[in-house]
Design a protein around this ligand. Structure first.
Ligand code: GTP
Ligand code: SPV
Ligand code: MN
Length: 598
């Protein structure tokens, strides 16, 4: 067989240009500036996937895994300097600095365009420029958006193909319209000094340079679906949120849809694919989405949500048959693994895998690793990219253009102290306050100090495409458009005892919290009023079959410690001071009410 080459794709692969003159002109201009050897127009077909995969393997970008044990699976390593999102190099370039607000990096748009233009000049010389058309959202949904990503990375193309609805449907939805997201990505030389992830919300434009990894470069995901999406949502009356979406089906067959915002690497994928414990045999959880939700009020006065994505870019470490069997099945085939460890038999491993540590393997950097090694075998932010169609508990509603009506919104951070297992907000504006003041320990999903508690409002700190104070206002004002709003809850799976052990078993057992939440939504569960919101008493909470967890343990995980709360309030104030200028008054009132209740 000949070596597959991008200069000679078979059967007209790579040549499907759109009818749109606007797109062709933009692509031609970008090519004239970046000077690629050729332009490859993606169509999303299976033939194209096969061809590009062969090229990626021939170029050493992908390594085929053991095809008997892991059919259709490939392995990739990123540059060791490029393993997570880089928040310090992520910019929101709105016309004024105030539009971007104090929580975002900002630069004047003209200046930033100029700087990026300089970096992109001739950047694709000797490379192929791929044009990737994609839909964020199910075909035919009023919420669905068209994006076009120009990229010089074949890895990006193959990942975007899994993560979005990539292909000719996007050209069909676009027609001659100008309404699409313009994304330009070049890996350049992958130098951190020339790494910028830049958004121009007012132009529906993203330019990303100098990285090849995850949320920095799969532009439909965090850049379009959250940063640009949140900006558009504010002007168009909808919401773009860092939320999973799941369906709870009760033994009576009643379906309740729940959205939950947890910060990066804090449990969204796990919660979205939850397997109920034995005591819940007649309950069923299905996954609508695991990372992002777009929500809009429907004609019936409820809030409807879609998952704009088509795949899962999930955290590998900690994923196993016990913690998340549905994820394990999802990644059994047709999956790309990035920065995990590679075993001699062509399968993969990571910390927290079902299999014991291999006697020998290659670590995520490609160096020999044994169980005696001090370093981790897989990078803590190593990931899998899997099609959502592989998920055995995928909700059919994930492809429904109408979306699903949301009954509950949950906010949750990773907190060793202070925050109880579950509490319900008194009302919408109190719920917005709970979300706005959320704190969480930092994780490996972003470059930074892992473990430090920071404020991460609605899990959107790195993803809000405009002024955070105005984002809070948008949340408050949405209430007027939603006659039957979802109830709002706060959860914390990560509270610890003095010895550093988790007080709550988490994972599948989170079903117990979910049951109480769903029952609250349907008027079937009791609660008592506490200083911080409605809480279940022990008798309202189902612990059937949960060994070693009785009233004492429950009280511990639900405890409100006043000292801790006063400290918490001081930390919240730091964020409020930063946002003070345009902070909605409701936030200050809610704070005062909380202080007086405490
Ligand atoms: P992003 O993809 O970065 O947005 O992350 P995510 O929010 O989807 O997080 P994910 O579900 O991948 O979980 C990240 C880490 O949290 C993994 O190491 C999990 O094992 C761990 N985790 C998830 N759920 C629980 C839980 O209920 N309890 C505990 N203790 N850990 C959990
Ligand atoms: C996150 O960090 O929240 C992720 C991974 O989901 S990334 O796509 O890299 O943003
Ligand atoms: Mn995420």
């Amino acid at each position: 067989m000949n070596t597959p080459s991008l200069s000679q794709p078979p059967n007209e692969i790579g040549s499907h240009q759109p009818a749109s003159e606007i797109v062709r002109k933009w692509v031609a201009e970008t090519a004239a500036h970046t000077l690629p050897d050729r332009i490859f127009w993606c169509d999303g077909s299976e033939a194209e996937r096969k061809f590009l995969t062969e090229v990626a393997v021939a170029d050493g970008v992908l390594t085929p895994l053991n095809q008997e044990k892991m059919p259709g699976c490939y392995f990739a390593r990123s540059n060791p300097n490029d393993v997570a999102r880089v928040e310090q190099f992520t910019f929101i370039c709105t016309p004024t600095e105030e539009d971007a607000g104090p929580t975002n990096n900002w630069a004047p748009p003209a200046e930033m365009y100029e700087k990026l233009r300089g970096l992109l000049a001739g950047a694709m010389k000797g490379r192929t420029m791929f044009v990737v058309p994609y839909l964020m959202g199910p075909k035919g949904s009023p919420l669905t958006k068209v994006g076009v990503e120009i990229t010089d990375s074949i890895y990006v193309v193959l990942n975007m193909r899994i993560m979005s609805r990539m292909g000719l449907d996007a050209w069909a939805q676009l027609g001659e319209s100008d309404d699409f997201n313009r994304g330009t990505h070049s890996t350049l030389d992958c130098n951190p000094d020339r790494r910028f992830i830049v958004h121009f919300p007012q132009d529906n434009t993203i330019i990303s340079v100098g990285s090849g990894y995850g949320g920095n470069v799969l532009l439909g995901k965090k850049c379009l679906a959250l940063r640009i999406g949140s900006y558009l949502g504010r002007t168009q009356g909808w919401m773009a949120e860092h939320m999973l979406l799941l369906c709870v089906e009760s033994p009576q067959g009643e379906k309740t849809y729940v959205a939950a915002a947890f910060p990066s690497a804090c449990g969204k994928t796990n919660f979205a694919m939850l397997v109920p414990p034995a005591a819940y045999q007649d309950w069923k959880i299905t996954t609508v989405g695991d990372d992002i939700a777009w929500m809009k009020p429907g004609a019936d006065g409820r809030l409807y949500a879609i998952n704009p994505e088509a795949g899962y870019f999930g955290v590998a470490p900690g994923t196993n048959r016990k913690s998340n069997p549905n994820a394990m099945t999802s990644i059994a085939r047709d999956t790309i693994f990035t920065n995990v460890a590679l075993k001699p038999d062509g399968t993969v491993w990571w910390e927290g895998h079902d299999d014991p540590p291999p006697p020998e393997c290659l670590d995520w950097r490609g160096q020999k690793w044994t169980p005696d090694s001090k370093e981790k075998a897989a990078h803590p932010n190593s990931r899998f990219t899997a099609p959502m169609a592989n998920n055995p508990v995928l909700a059919p509603e994930a492809n429904d253009p109408n979306g699903v009506p949301v009954s509950a919104i949950i906010f949750g951070g990773r907190r060793a102290t202070t925050m109880p297992l579950v509490v319900q907000a008194f009302n919408w504006s109190h719920g917005v306050y709970l979300g706005a003041t959320m704190g969480s320990e930092m994780t490996a999903a972003a470059a930074g100090t892992v473990g430090q508690v920071r404020r991460d409002p609605m899990a959107m700190l790195p993803f809000c495409g405009y002024n955070m104070s105005l984002y809070f206002r948008h949340w408050l004002s949405m209430r007027k458009q939603i006659k039957n709003p979802p109830l709002i809850f706060s959860v914390n799976w990560f509270r610890k005892d003095k010895d550093g052990n988790f007080l709550w078993p988490g994972f599948g057992e989170n079903m117990r919290v979910l049951e109480w939440i769903v029952n609250r939504c349907n008027g079937n569960a009791r609660a008592h009023e506490s200083a911080i919101g409605w809480m279940p008493s022990f008798k309202d909470f189902n612990v059937e079959g949960l060994k070693g967890f009785g009233e004492k343990e429950f009280d511990e995980v639900e405890k409100i410690d006043r000292e801790e709360w006063y400290r918490e309030l001081l930390q919240q104030d730091e964020l409020f001071f930063k946002l003070y200028e345009r902070l909605p008054k409701e936030m200050v009132f809610q704070r005062e009410l909380l202080v007086s209740r405490l």
